[in-house]
Design a protein around this ligand. Structure first.
Ligand code: SF4
Length: 190
């Protein structure tokens, strides 16, 4: 009985430490499931010294087994769907998915092509959508910051202040109408 209680306490403690570490320093893994590379270049721009996303405690690394957040670009092609699912399944819980760019939301300019299944949520669940073709680094940082603030609400002011230091308006979050009209369907394909 005593051993069971101790094991449960240890498990709870490990869980709390893990959640604390995730909220303070989420590790990202990036996957291009069919992008034209425009969105990928903007993601790289967020990591370089001009924007320096690491200031928010975020780190890009290579293995899905060590990642908390999967950042996806591009539509899902038939060829990439199973790889995308495998990457998602390899990530430990809790895990989050951010879809960057119009194509990752709806298929964008590739929508309707014979080899395109649609947006990322055709293959895996998505937690945050960042519209734009491609989205500017400010929009990507805004989307990631929104996710961080949901994970750790008591850090919201600190994150907002860091964004202001970067020259980004922390409240300029794209609205739902942006997702469905101007951004999600830029060339009018239905
Ligand atoms: S949203 Fe635009 S930049 Fe991004 S993958 Fe699609 S076409 Fe390329």
């Amino acid at each position: 009985m005593m051993v069971e209680g101790s094991t449960r306490n240890l498990r709870d403690l490990l869980e709390r430490v893990r959640n604390w570490a995730l909220a303070n320093s989420p590790w990202l893994v990036h996957y291009n499931s069919g992008s034209c590379n425009g969105c990928d270049i903007e993601i790289l721009a967020t990591l370089t010294p001009r924007y320096d996303l690491e200031r928010l405690g975020i780190k890009l690394q290579g293995s899905p087994r060590h990642a908390d957040v999967l950042v996806c670009t591009g539509p899902v092609t038939r060829q990439s769907r199973d790889r995308l699912r495998r990457i998602y399944e390899q990530m430990p819980e809790p895990k989050f998915v951010v879809a960057v760019g119009t194509c990752s939301i709806s298929g964008g300019v590739f929508r309707g092509c014979y080899n395109i299944l649609g947006g990322i949520d055709e293959a895996i669940p998505v937690d945050a959508y960042i519209p734009g073709c491609p989205p500017r680094p400010e929009a990507i940082i805004n989307g990631v910051a929104l996710l961080l603030k949901q994970l750790q609400p008591d850090r919201a002011d600190e994150i907002d202040n860091l964004m202001v230091e970067m020259g980004i308006d922390p409240h300029a979050i794209p609205q739902e109408e942006d997702l469905t009209d101007e951004y999600a369907d830029p060339i009018g394909i239905r």
